[in-house]
Design a protein around this ligand. Structure first.
Ligand SMILES: C[S@@+](CC[C@H](N)C(=O)[O-])C[C@H]1O[C@@H](n2cnc3c(N)ncnc32)[C@H](O)[C@@H]1O
Length: 286
């Protein structure tokens, strides 16, 4: 019923209601972060710290790196040329009519991308894995948050999107990224064989109920105990809402944090008992 009423409202009114709702929930989001910081789980404070860091100024050199990624985003957003120029081998019909700008619009916006950066910095994953490179914005943020020998592997079906991502990363001087092109069902297994045990996993592609759960189940046996799983667009569709409803109750996770568009889940690790689920936070990464 609620859904039907919402669907009948004109778009501007829906947008205004959403903005008003988020403004009203913002103060309680701060309370939720404070509660999270005090939760009896060692990773809870790290996630709370990352959430707080999203809207704080960064030191100069870090800000310069973020600015460079945002400049790359802006350059792509301004490109009205077609993504597919025929120079690469893709099945006919794939991404036809899509401009570079349109492809880029599927990237995580600034605050969500910054959260990925801050999480990567705080979780210090030896190995990070991303499903859904697109044109390389979120992977740039994750890779920028890594240090030393830490590495990101990112998977993408579209060779054109992946080519752009590689160009963007090369210009940004990000050499800590490995790429696999193909459908996730083809590339996930070999990627896991190659990288071993991921400590941070970002699932941002093929946003449907069964695929989302299937990719998680395929990765879980390989993931390091205490790995951080980040599920994107958890409220994007009915299927994703169902997937999130199942994932957030999964007893294999010791910590579940709901950031509105993103669901953060930390796997159980030796020595960590209990389970903590945060309240829903809408205003932090919108
Ligand atoms: C939302 S975009 C990723 C955005 C990117 N993570 C960012 O924020 O910059 C999802 C990407 O996943 C890719 N994708 C979707 N389904 C896929 C599948 N089954 N196998 C491989 N790639 C897929 C799409 O081509 C698209 O580029």
């Amino acid at each position: 019923m609620t859904l039907q009423i919402r669907a009948r409202l004109p778009q501007p009114l829906r947008a205004a209601l959403r903005t008003a709702y988020r403004a009203a929930t913002a103060p309680s989001d701060l309370v939720a972060v404070r509660e999270l910081a005090r939760a009896p789980n060692p990773d809870a404070a790290r996630i709370a710290d990352a959430l707080r860091a999203v809207k704080k100024p960064l030191p100069g050199s870090e800000q310069a790196r973020i600015d460079a990624i945002e400049q790359a985003r802006t350059r792509m957003e301004r490109r009205a040329d077609p993504l597919v120029d025929g120079s690469l081998n893709v099945p006919p019909g794939y991404d036809v009519g899509v401009t570079v700008s349109q492809a880029c619009s599927a990237s995580k916006p600034l605050f969500a991308a910054l959260l990925l950066y801050h999480l990567a910095k705080r979780f210090r994953p030896g190995t990070a894995l991303e499903l859904g490179t697109n044109v390389g914005i979120s992977s740039a943020y994750i890779a920028a948050g890594l240090q030393g020998r830490e590495r990101l592997t990112t998977l993408e079906v579209s060779p054109y999107r992946l080519r752009l991502a590689r160009e963007v990363h090369a210009r940004l001087g990000l050499a800590n990224i490995g790429y696999r092109q193909g459908l996730f069902v083809e590339t996930l297994g070999p990627a896991l064989q190659e990288i071993g045990s991921p400590d941070l996993v970002f699932i941002d592609g093929h946003h449907q109920y069964e695929p989302t759960l299937a990719y998680f189940e395929a990765i879980w046996p390989h993931a390091r105990p205490g790995a951080l799983f980040i599920f994107d667009d958890i409220r994007w569709s009915q299927g994703m809402r169902r997937a999130w409803a199942k994932l957030r109750e999964d007893e294999r996770f010791a910590l579940v944090v709901d950031v509105g568009v993103l669901g953060l889940c930390v796997g159980r690790a030796p020595g960590v008992s209990g389970r903590y689920q945060s309240r829903r936070m809408y205003s932090i990464v919108r």
